[in-house]
Design a protein around this ligand. Sequence first.
Ligand SMILES: [Zn+2]
Length: 513
Amino acid sequence: MKVRLHGLFSRLCAVSMLAITIVGAAEASEFNAFALSALAKDYAQSSFPLLREILSIPNDANRPEDVDANVVWSESAFTKRGFSTQRIATAEAPLLLATREHAGAEKTVLIYLQIDGQPVDPSRWFQASPYTPALKQRDAAGEWQQIPWAAIDNYDDEMRVFARSASDAKGPVAMFLASLDALADKNIEPNFNIKVIMDFEEELGSPNLPQAVADNRELLSADMLVIFDGPRHITNRPTLTFGARGIATVTLTTYGPVVAQHSGHFGNYAPNPALRLAQVLASMKDDEGRVTIPGFYDGISFDDATREILRAVPDNEEEIQERLQLGSIDKVAGSYQEAIQYPSLNIRGMQSGWIDEKVRTIVPGWARAEIDIRLVLESDPERLIDLVRQHVREQGFFVTDQVPDKTMRMAHEKIATFTYENSYQSFRTDFDSEVGQWLRSALERTFEEDPIQIRMSGGSIPISPFVNTLGIPAVTVPTVNRDNNQHSPNENLRLGNYRDGIRTMLGILTEPL
Ligand SMILES: [Zn+2]
């Protein structure tokens, strides 16, 4: 018998969730916090072979044969679970869409899963292969020691599985499949339709995603987007993330003599490009890290309710500063959470001449800075880029997007080459949106505590095409441990987080919409 959640839950939700057990429906009682926890425990245990299997398939997005193996595996995994699957062709790797409709459903939830992983350097992994999952626990000295895989039959929360993509983001894929299995075994269907969009190029920045979304609006249409990716807040408590900053990048080059010159012969005569670059960069910010270019922070303000939500995030800033060994912090905002609500202007690298053992006595020919601008919803990327370019101009530079030739060099006192790329926009969903309220309610019922609500994550994810092109709100549900070494050697997933991730997804799948 399929249990229809809709009517049952709209009644139940009107009263306290604790009332579920009192109502007496055997099926409904399975969904209180206690029951979800027990179910998650069972299905964490029974899905370890699935987790091991998915992590054993190499998934470097740069390798077409890896992509193909993962597409095939995903098709099979979702077909087995009653989904119809469809490849969405792009210029490179396809996207995979898996759809399952449920009787009586009125809404459709689009779920984003990432299958590919960062490239690996096996020599830096302390195990046979990054694609051979290793079970490890800490010894008395705090060092990770591999233990036989069979020990997972009696796992404890602090054990971890080490493998590429254990956390980013095949772990969440396995959690999602395990929670689908748990509900199927209980004959329970969500009261909403599910579309799962699988990305096999996330680690490459999803270069083909925006076009694919634009070309397949109808196919991908949904009421909301849920992203199962990323680590929880550092306290490892249930977390919801309502937005992510976007990113644009700028490359800025200044010029001296056409080729590097002897600093004895030409120092005091040939202008130094490194100094010019330093001067123009230094003019962009004040001594406390605030961008001084007028208009850069325009449009950003918080109401009291937002301030309260930012304040409620349990960051330990003393600990952050101690960990990063920061004797001072930038004064863009009053707190860490507030700081990431603003666009940032960051020098991510600089080069001119040579240093260390290659240092030489020259006036260099050029100097270059790579800059990233993290975007927020209020900041139109083109406008910010224009502001920065105009600022460079105001420092007396002739600004071009070309490498200057001799004619150009002779015609201007100071030249800067300015090129940029607007990678992706930010997104930010209202806390009180339908998807926000729905997920909050699911997590409150599942964990019997208020989730930590992050208004904006500092980093960028390629989700804005869905939000902007499909016009649907998106919220990220992170599940994995923050210290998971994602993108690095020895990536891992804490088994307590794996189980709690299944619990989270069970809570969401059983939350009526
Ligand atoms: Zn990643």
